[in-house]
Design a protein around this ligand. Structure first.
Ligand SMILES: C[S@@+](CC[C@H](N)C(=O)[O-])C[C@H]1O[C@@H](n2cnc3c(N)ncnc32)[C@H](O)[C@@H]1O
Length: 488
């Protein structure tokens, strides 16, 4: 990567060109931007044919189009030679092309750049992925970034940092960030991402928790190489750990507590195997056995073996390759042999606790309203509240309905009473629950002043029901409504 002496000049050139997410969107327009999201560059090529430094940088990096040397010199003054020397650009025949990607990225408050490998498969080109490929911002990266709890912490760890995207986010709310990887190209790119953005992370070489042996953190965020590949297949380091099945995720779960401070969180984006005859929750529960960890596991998607194999063969650039059929068949054979009948994709959020651990396994393929991080932190607070609370204490608690809750009713138009009442959260995991009249009344009257028990007593008197009976019957509803975040 480019020498430190030139990083400030590169930053200046990118800033001067206004090489930001918003400016690139403004230059390309919606249609070309959407097409680029589908890996199609032609509309964006048409939108950037006019010249200017921003158009040059977009063509060079995002579209992977060679640009004239004088256009490259104008956009990156004094930098083309150093970037060529660093292996980031190639210059020949009066043209310059990019060998790595420098990509605008940001959140609500920041404009950043990410250094990574060029996006593969533009304009339906297919070629096998390089084993040392360094991923840019993938769907998985964004999913983890919005899942991560963004509260101020002391020490944070990004395990398997790649281009450094998670570390960049972590650095905004952590006093110290350690970022690890086994791929030397990733380590170099993460370092440059940090330098280019004027952010400090401690980038370390080594596998899994190896580089942080004996150290603890307040927050670990990891998007590990979780793909469940057959043994003997080539290891693509950005997605394969080389460990069998889903054991890389199991290893992270089983070793998280040793690297967390009390109350610290470890959040993992993962795949897990569904094995014939074992409910997936039971399989994962084994990983947590004996660990001092509260855990909320959300399965976002379930894919069958064929879909899984197609997805990852295409990701490896092997769709249409000469041995596609053989690889597809072999992967399915291996799944059948080891009893993997589906693969779950989702989120693991774990918190180190000294209390009796609480585990929640949930399937939620429905809508989420990002960011989900605040919902994870709120789940932690609810878990603390509900842990060890018997029914009497629970009903003695004054809850509030979640501020983002809406009620939907269904039934014939004009009917006096609805056939069904559904409560739906609007933020984070947008859970919905069908409730009866008592539960609906309980939630609507929960404003933080009356206890759940007092509200149930009032409902009993209003509906001519026995108050003790209602308390007994609805204590479990109160517990579920609180556990699910409808009551806070
Ligand atoms: C799916 S990528 C995630 C990259 C980035 N953190 C993100 O969120 O987009 C997985 C990363 O883990 C790294 N990796 C692979 N095997 C590893 C291992 N044994 N220990 C640590 N990192 C590893 C890969 O090089 C790659 O950068």
């Amino acid at each position: 990567m480019i020498e430190s002496a030139y990083v400030q000049d590169l930053r200046t050139a990118l800033t001067r060109a206004d090489f930001t997410v918003d400016a690139v969107f403004g230059l390309l327009g919606e249609e070309a931007h959407r097409a680029l999201g589908r890996n199609q560059t032609i509309p964006a090529r048409r939108a950037t044919s006019g010249g200017g430094a921003l158009a040059t940088l977009v063509r060079l990096f995002a579209l992977q189009v060679p640009v004239d040397r004088d256009r490259a010199d104008a956009a990156l003054p004094g930098l083309v030679e150093p970037l060529v020397a660093a292996g980031m650009l190639d210059a020949s025949g009066g043209e310059v092309r990019a060998l790595v990607d420098v990509r605008p990225y940001g959140d609500e408050d920041h404009d950043w750049w990410i250094v990574c490998d060029p996006t593969p498969g533009l304009d339906v080109r297919q070629s096998p992925m390089n084993a040392e490929y360094v991923l840019g911002i993938s769907e998985a990266s964004s999913s983890l970034a919005q899942l991560t709890i963004r509260e101020p912490v002391g020490r944070a760890l990004d395990l398997g940092t790649g281009c450094g995207v998670q570390a960049l986010h972590l650095a905004q709310h952590s006093r110290e960030v350690v970022a690890t990887d086994v791929n030397p190209r990733a380590l170099a790119m993460a370092r440059l991402t940090a330098e280019l953005n004027g952010v400090d992370f401690d980038v370390r070489d080594g596998s899994l928790f190896g580089p942080v042996a004996g150290e603890t953190f307040d927050l670990i965020a990891t998007n590990p190489p979780f793909v469940i590949s057959p043994p003997g297949s080539e290891v693509l380091v950005y997605r394969d750990s080389g460990m069998p099945g889903d054991s890389v995720v199991r290893h992270l779960v089983e070793n998280a507590a040793a690297h967390l401070n009390d109350g610290g969180w470890c959040q993992i984006l993962a795949n897990w195997a569904h094995r014939a005859g074992t409910p997936w929750q039971e399989g994962l529960e084994e990983w947590f056995a004996g660990q001092p960890l509260d855990a909320w596991v959300v399965q976002r998607e379930l894919v069958d073996p064929a879909e899984y194999v197609e997805m990852w063969l295409a990701d490896a650039g092997l769709a249409g390759s000469a041995d596609y059929v053989q690889r597809y068949d072999g992967w399915l054979d291996w799944f059948a042999e080891v009893g993997i009948e589906a693969v779950g994709f989702g989120w693991l959020s774990m918190r180190k606790t000294s209390a009796a651990p609480a585990h929640r396994f949930e399937e939620w393929a429905g809508e989420v309203a990002p960011p989900v991080g605040p919902a994870v932190a709120a789940w932690g607070r609810r878990t603390d509240l509900l842990r060890g609370l018997d029914d009497e204490a629970l009903l003695g608690h004054a809850f509030r309905q979640a501020p983002d809750l809406v009620e939907e009713t269904r039934g014939p138009v004009g009917a006096e009473h609805p056939e069904a009442i559904v409560l739906r959260l609007q933020q984070g995991v947008r859970r919905a629950r069908q409730v009866d009249t008592i539960e609906a009344g309980l939630v609507s009257a929960s404003e933080g002043d009356l206890t759940a028990g007092q509200i149930l007593d009032a409902l009993a008197s209003l509906l001519h029901r026995d108050a003790a009976d209602l308390r007994r019957t609805y204590a479990s509803s109160v517990r579920e409504l609180a556990a699910d975040g409808f009551l806070t």
